[in-house]
Design a protein around this ligand. Structure first.
Ligand code: ADP
Length: 341
C-alpha cells in the first residue's frame, strides 16, 4: 500500500547539515494501523508529511498503490491527496465555520453537489457521534469533539489512508481513549489504513498493529507491537516501553524485587492471548517439588490481544527441576526471562 524507500529530507541544503530523516525504508500494508514513535525532533512529522508530499523529500521514493508520489504533476497530486485524509494535534479547524461547514469544506473542493454534500455531512456526523453539534462553532466544542470534527473532515472524500499527526497529544487520557477507540472502529469498519505518529507508547499499545521507533532521523527498530513490547532491542525503544508502567522488560522496572533478599529463582513470565486466563503455571509445577510465589503481576491488553505478566519466585526442588519447569513453560509458548543472575 505505502512503500517508502531510502527516503531522506534535508531542510537546509548546507554541507554538513544533518538530515531531518534519512535511510527510511517502510512497507505499510493495506488495512493496518502503523505507528511511528519517537521523541521530539526525531523526524516523525517530517516523515509523515512526506507521505502526502506536504514536505517534498530530498531523495528516495514513496509509492502509494504502486504510484510514485514525487512524479505526480500538481493535478494528479491533488487527486491523490483526496484519498489521503489527515488529522492534527491542534485540529486545524476553520474557527469561523460551523461543524457542518468544516466537514463540507473538502467536499466542496472536490466539486460535490450541494444535496450530496448535505447527505454526506449527516453520514459523517453519525460516524463520529456529533449529530447534535452540526451548527456549533469550534470554540463551542471540547477538545475531543473538535478532533471528531477533524476526523469527519478527513474522511469526507472516502480516503484509503488516514495520517494522524499526534492526534491525541492535546487531549486528556479519557478523551484520548475515546478518540483511539473511534480510530480503531473506523479502521475496522471502513478498512482504512492508518499511519500515526506519537510520542506516547500507550497510543501504540492501544491501537497499532506494527510500530517503527525513530531517533535522530533514523528508524532504529520496527516490528509487531507485541514483539517490540516483549523484546525491545534499542535503548530508545526500552525507554518507551518503560513508559507503560504496568509492563516490564529486561530494561526493567522491577529492579527492587530483583535486588531484594530472595533466595529462589526469580523469573518473569509473559502470557499472550487465551493463555493469559489459563492456570499454566500451577499445572506445570503441580507434580514437581517446585513451588512458586507471585511477587508482581498484571493483566492487560495490547490492541485486542490480552497478555499477562508475572514476576515469580521458584523455590524447592533441585536446580535441574527448576530448569525443567522453565523449559516446560517455554514449551507451552510462554515467554520466560530468568531474572536472578
Ligand atoms: P518530530 O515530529 O519527531 O518532533 P520533526 O520532523 O518535526 O520531528 O523534526 C525533525 C528535525 O527537523 C528537527 O531537528 C527539526 O528541528 C527539523 N525541522 C522540522 N521542520 C523543519 C523546517 N520546516 N525547517 C527546518 N528544520 C525543520
Amino acid at each position: 500500500m505505502i512503500h517508502i524507500e531510502n527516503l531522506q529530507k534535508v531542510y537546509e541544503d548546507i554541507p554538513g547539515h544533518v538530515p531531518a530523516i534519512q535511510q527510511i525504508h517502510l512497507q505499510i500494508n493495506r488495512g493496518e494501523i502503523f505507528g511511528i514513535i519517537g521523541h521530539s525532533g526525531a523526524g516523525k512529522s517530517t516523515l509523515l508529511r512526506c507521505v502526502n508530499l506536504l514536505e517534498r523529500p530530498s531523495s528516495g521514493t514513496i509509492q502509494i498503490d504502486g504510484e510514485e508520489m514525487t512524479r505526480l504533476d500538481s493535478r494528479q497530486l491533488q487527486a491523490k491527496r483526496r484519498k489521503i485524509g489527515m488529522i492534527f494535534q491542534h485540529f486545524n479547524l476553520l474557527s469561523s465555520s460551523t461543524v457542518a461547514e468544516n466537514i463540507a469544506f473538502p467536499l466542496k473542493l472536490a466539486g460535490m453537489e450541494q444535496a450530496k454534500i448535505q447527505a454526506r455531512i449527516q453520514e459523517l456526523l453519525d460516524l463520529v457521534g456529533l449529530q447534535e453539534h452540526a451548527n456549533k462553532y469550534p470554540n463551542q466544542l471540547s477538545g475531543g469533539q473538535k478532533q471528531r470534527v477533524g476526523i469527519a473532515r478527513a474522511l469526507a472524500n472516502h480516503p484509503d489512508i488516514l495520517l494522524c499527526d499526534e492526534a491525541t497529544s492535546a487531549l486528556d487520557p479519557q478523551t484520548t481513549k475515546a478518540i483511539l477507540a473511534l480510530l480503531l472502529d473506523i479502521n475496522q469498519k471502513l478498512g482504512i489504513t492508518i499511519l500515526l505518529i506519537t510520542h506516547e507508547m500507550q497510543v501504540i499499545r492501544a491501537i497499532c498493529d506494527r510500530v517503527a521507533v525513530m531517533e535522530k532521523g533514523l528508524i532504529v527498530e520496527t516490528g509487531k507491537v507485541l514483539d517490540v513490547f516483549l523484546k525491545p532491542q534499542h535503548p530508545v525503544t526500552k525507554d518507551f516501553v518503560g513508559q507503560v508502567s504496568d509492563f516490564s522488560t529486561s530494561s526493567g522496572n522491577d529492579q527492587g524485587i530483583i535486588q531484594s533478599d530472595r533466595h529462589g529463582t526469580l523469573i518473569r513470565i509473559t502470557y499472550i492471548g487465551e493463555q493469559t486466563y489459563e492456570p499454566i503455571l500451577f499445572e506445570t509445577v503441580k507434580s514437581t517439588n517446585v513451588s512458586f510465589a507471585i511477587l508482581q503481576g498484571t493483566i492487560s491488553s495490547m490492541k485486542s490481544v490480552p497478555y499477562g505478566q508475572l514476576v515469580v519466585e521458584l523455590t524447592g526442588g533441585h536446580q535441574e527441576e527448576i530448569a525443567s519447569v522453565i523449559a516446560k513453560l517455554e514449551q507451552e509458548g510462554i515467554d520466560v526471562e530468568v531474572l536472578t543472575p
